[in-house]
Design a protein around this ligand. Structure first.
Ligand SMILES: Cc1cc2nc3c(=O)[nH]c(=O)nc-3n(C[C@H](O)[C@H](O)[C@H](O)COP(=O)(O)OP(=O)(O)OC[C@H]3O[C@@H](n4cnc5c(N)ncnc54)[C@H](O)[C@@H]3O)c2cc1C
Ligand code: SF4
Length: 566
């Protein structure tokens, strides 16, 4: 198949020059903190809470960290506003972080007691028995990571963490190759970058330790990987997940995963993924579709594949008479073990959670790894600061020898075989699961998502026309994400604006939030290259554009979605 790879049209961006720099604020204008944590998701918040727990027994160290021992910077309106997950959570990290809390006090809907996996064809749903072991969820808890992050945020604030919501960390501060904090972004500029009446300049947050817990496609993480040459042995790749929460009439009694339809089986389309359908108490369920961004049909759209999935009678029956309450989208780093940064710590800084690829894709699990990593980071940072050092390399070793490193190593080549198609890939992956990764071993090649050649295939022709009841268009979905970004917000998405039609169509179809548009007069004019218009205020920060040839940078603090229960 010959097509065009988006990677041939790289975004206009110089990460190490634009996003790494030295302190610029004069001494009396800097914000001095002990530890600066970027990201109010499970990794960042678990780290913040654990540091405060440890400082209770270390009054001298706490004193030496100053008035603000721990500051946490979150670009969303609140921690949780930009976090989205399944979410079936393994409970190990919650138990460790809150040994005195009973699970009935956790922000969860229920413990999983039953689960099932189905292979869908266009008309049927065939239960897979015995169930593939990676889908077993007994003993896990269904939660919403948007709720979990709010819960953790409350705990962090109670413990004395200084949380700065609506604040984007836009620059990594480095002096003599030691990370010394981050700079926050300006607020109150218009689309052209001009200062508005409410303009507030960003500030330098100077810290003894900096934790990057930015989640998927991290902005500073990407710059740090380039600057300190930390990229993994294999290139990163991502999956995109789109999710809806439905109020329903009948409770769902099990956790469901599906494979197969509407994704196509042919190896040439590389459509790897499936759906998750989880109960959320008595009157809600969530339905999500996850698909690898290494697909090759420029007209393929995960948002629309999810709409199509809901028209299957197996799924439509579950939500019959119900109402959609929420929608959201987010990528998952899926490169696995070989794509993890080669070092998780450099002087003054560590990387934790999704930012460091701590996700087990076959099991679709990352929350407990993120929280464990945050806690390990806290413990090693406190130990090093007690010695008056900023060498946190013990954290790297700790992660690799922990459940995180061990689990990810078992599945080190698990994603790659699916480029051989659903059945061949599935057979190889099963052999890998049974042998815990020893068969066939080695390090399987992995191509970046943006290097896949894109063609104008037929996926887009099969999507249902939105009816506003069961199936929805992208704009009404953006509304359901709580996004209320002002229309003239600065553009934070970097792409080339005149590209081959295949590349333009890839971005138009891929973006779940309708940020990209080919001008109407160029849509059917047959030209090989077209322009792209951008509506950045629609962006829900999913990160997919970074995977597929562009570059997402943080929006103004507070912009983007306001997720409450996804
Ligand atoms: C569709 C989907 C389904 C999933 N299902 C499951 C599941 O069932 N079970 C499970 O365990 N895991 C699941 N995962 C994975 C899980 O959600 C992640 O592994 C986990 O949320 C990672 O936590 P984190 O703290 O590393 O990152 P995140 O949860 O992404 O949090 C990062 C935070 O950092 C903030 N941030 C980023 N950059 C900046 C910046 N520069 N300045 C300020 N703030 C910033 C973001 O706004 C965000 O709030 C799923 C993921 C997806 C997308
Ligand atoms: S612009 Fe990019 S990051 Fe924003 S929603 Fe669209 S694909 Fe996701």
């Amino acid at each position: 198949m010959s097509g065009v790879a988006p990677a041939e049209f790289p975004p206009p961006v110089e990460p190490t020059e634009e996003f790494v720099g030295s302190i610029t604020d004069p001494e009396d204008e800097r914000i001095e903190v002990g530890v600066a944590i970027v990201g109010g998701g499970p990794a960042g918040l678990a780290c913040a809470i654990r540091i405060m727990q440890l400082l209770e027994d270390e009054p001298e160290l706490a004193e030496s960290l100053g008035e603000v021992p721990v500051a946490l910077i979150e670009k969303g309106k609140t921690p949780g506003a930009h976090t989205l997950s399944g979410a079936n959570m393994r409970p190990s990290a919650m138990r460790e972080l809150f040994p005195d809390l009973d699970p009935s006090e956790w922000p969860v809907y229920q413990e999983v007691e039953k689960d099932a996996v189905y292979l869908l064809t266009k008309k049927a749903a065939l239960p897979l028995k015995p169930m593939p072991p990676n889908f077993r969820n007994h003993g896990n808890y269904v939660t919403s990571v948007a709720k979990l992050s709010r819960f953790l945020n409350d705990k962090a604030e109670e413990a004395g963490v200084y949380v700065l919501p609506e604040t984007a960390a836009t620059k990594l501060l480095v002096e003599d190759r030691v990370v010394v904090g981050v700079r926050s972004g300006d607020k109150g500029r218009d689309r052209e970058g001009k200062e508005l009446g409410n303009f507030e300049p960003g500030s330098d947050l100077v810290a003894k330790a900096t934790v990057l817990a930015e989640g998927t496609a991290g902005h500073l993480t990407g710059a740090a990987l380039d600057y300190f040459d930390l990229h993994g042995h294999l290139p990163q790749r991502w999956e995109l997940g789109v999710k809806e929460v439905w109020k329903v009439q009948k409770p769902l009694d099990r956790v469901i995963h599906t494979m197969g339809w509407p994704l196509r089986k042919g190896a040439k389309w590389n459509e790897f993924g499936g759906s998750f359908i989880y109960p959320m108490g008595e009157d809600k369920i969530c339905i999500g579709m996850v698909c690898g961004l290494d697909y090759t049909d420029a007209t393929f759209s995960v948002h629309d594949a999810l709409q199509q999935l809901k028209t299957h009678q197996f799924v439509s029956k579950l939500i019959e008479g119900g109402e959609r309450e929420a929608w959201g989208a987010k990528t998952i780093p899926s490169g696995g073990y070989w794509s993890m940064p080669r070092k998780l710590a450099v002087p003054g800084m560590v990387i934790a959670g999704d930012s460091a690829t701590m996700v087990n894709i076959p099991e679709l699990k990352g929350i407990h790894y993120a929280m464990h990593a945050g806690m390990y980071a806290a413990e090693e940072i406190v130990a090093a600061l007690k010695r008056d050092e900023v060498d946190f390399s013990a954290y790297d070793e700790r992660v690799r020898n922990s459940v995180i490193g061990k689990d990810l190593y078992k599945w080190r080549n698990g994603r790659q075989p699916f480029s051989k198609g659903f059945f061949v890939g599935g057979a190889i992956a099963s052999a890998m699961t049974i042998t815990q990764g020893f068969f066939p071993g080695g390090m399987w090649k992995q191509v970046p998502d943006a290097e896949e050649e894109m063609v104008l295939g037929g996926a887009g022709d099969s999507y249902p026309k939105p009816d506003g009841k069961l199936t929805f268009d992208k704009l009404s979905s953006v509304f359901a994400s709580g996004n209320a970004t002002r229309d003239d917000a600065p553009n934070h998405v970097r792409i080339q604006r005149h590209v081959p039609r295949e590349v333009a169509q890839t971005w138009v179809s891929m973006c779940p939030a309708q940020v990209y548009e080919i001008p109407e007069d160029q849509q059917g004019n047959g030209a090989a290259e077209v322009d792209l218009n951008i509506v950045p205020s629609n962006c829900v920060q999913c990160g997919a554009i970074t995977a597929k040839g562009g570059r997402l940078t943080p929006p103004e603090g507070g912009d983007g979605p306001l997720y409450t229960e996804v």
